[in-house]
Design a protein around this ligand. Sequence first.
Ligand SMILES: Cc1cc2nc3c(=O)[nH]c(=O)nc-3n(C[C@H](O)[C@H](O)[C@H](O)COP(=O)(O)OP(=O)(O)OC[C@H]3O[C@@H](n4cnc5c(N)ncnc54)[C@H](O)[C@@H]3O)c2cc1C
Length: 391
Amino acid sequence: MRECDVLVVGAGPAGSIAALTAAPHCDVVVLEKRAHIGVPKQCAEGTSEAIFEKLGIPLSPKWVSRKIEFARLISPSRIAVDLKDERVKQLKFGYVLERKKFDKALAELAAKKGAEFYLRTQYQGLKREDNHVVIKARQFDKDLTFKARIVIAADGLMSRVAKDFGIDSTTKLRHLESCCQYEMTGMERESCIELYFGNEIAPKGYAWVFPKEGDVANVGIGILPTKAEYPAKYYLDKFVSWLGLSGTVVEVNAGGVPVGGPLDQTYDDNLLIAGDAAHMANPISGGGIHTAMLSGKFAGETATRALESQSTDKETLSEYETRWKADFGRELDLSLKGRFILEEFTDEDFDATAKWMNEKGVGQLGALDLVKFALKRHPKFAIKFASFLTS
Ligand SMILES: Cc1cc2nc3c(=O)[nH]c(=O)nc-3n(C[C@H](O)[C@H](O)[C@H](O)COP(=O)(O)OP(=O)(O)OC[C@H]3O[C@@H](n4cnc5c(N)ncnc54)[C@H](O)[C@@H]3O)c2cc1C
């Protein structure tokens, strides 16, 4: 049996940052079921600039594929709104990463700090024993046993670890965005992320083109299956021909994103839940890299402090939830409400909003202007907006 202080399940951004944060202070083990960290990629790879500044992770050309200068929103009738005005630019659009290299680089950083990684090692189950957790795992054809004081569940969508601790981590179908993506070559693009809206194009979701280094781009789509007639791939193929893209598909990616907002409880005795495992992706954009990394950091720090104070009960570990909520809880909350409003948009609403944004000048508009505009079109949004503004 391998004994340790902290056992992390999952070497995605949440798990590796948790390990990187805790490893200088205690004995950390990471279990990862895949043979190659970050492979296959299930991501469009776009993320903000701010997260790297916030976590003090120096950018590396090894895993930054493209710096993004601006964003373009495109309505069903192809009215484009370029978010490149000086005021909007302060948002800093960030980067398109190379996740296969990025996830591996984060794991390498954690390993350098002392975390021990077990690859091709699948978490299988656990039981509490005194004030510890005994974890069963399978590496190739071998059974392994670990004993840890704190477990960090960073095992992604539908976390099995959280479930085994008695926390319902199921994502309801209504809140599960289904995504399909092609990585394509022969795609000369500006350094701009393109987001396409419309109920025919991507029912209750959006389609995207994210440029990478050279002539490569991620072309993908996310839909709500409960509101769509066909699977995501059908809409993706339709989108590719609608745009007239003639590039070559060199990779196909698919996956789900939890867009129903975070779990009600993200900790328990001896347990912290981070990233997608805790449903921390942004409900509108589906982006979850930044919240996975931030929650991983808070989980690593909370675990370290709990071990120092010799107390790993849920009262002590509740500090974790307080910290992530203070940082990005409101972002997730507002986005969920915003998602429900966007779901009501007709294609005419998307077109009219795009036209209006261009007429007014995007840089001059605040969130309240958008609210007022939508209210004028649809008084029925009033109740939803009221809860949006008072939250
Ligand atoms: C098509 C698509 C496009 C996306 N595009 C973007 C984007 O552009 N920007 C963005 O910010 N987000 C995007 N996301 C979301 C983003 O990929 C996730 O939010 C992010 O990867 C979450 O990180 P994580 O570490 O929590 O989980 P993950 O990255 O899912 O990592 C979980 C890890 O746990 C491992 N694991 C699972 N079960 C076990 C087990 N039993 N034993 C051992 N290991 C296990 C997995 O193999 C995996 O390595 C996208 C998602 C999809 C599906």
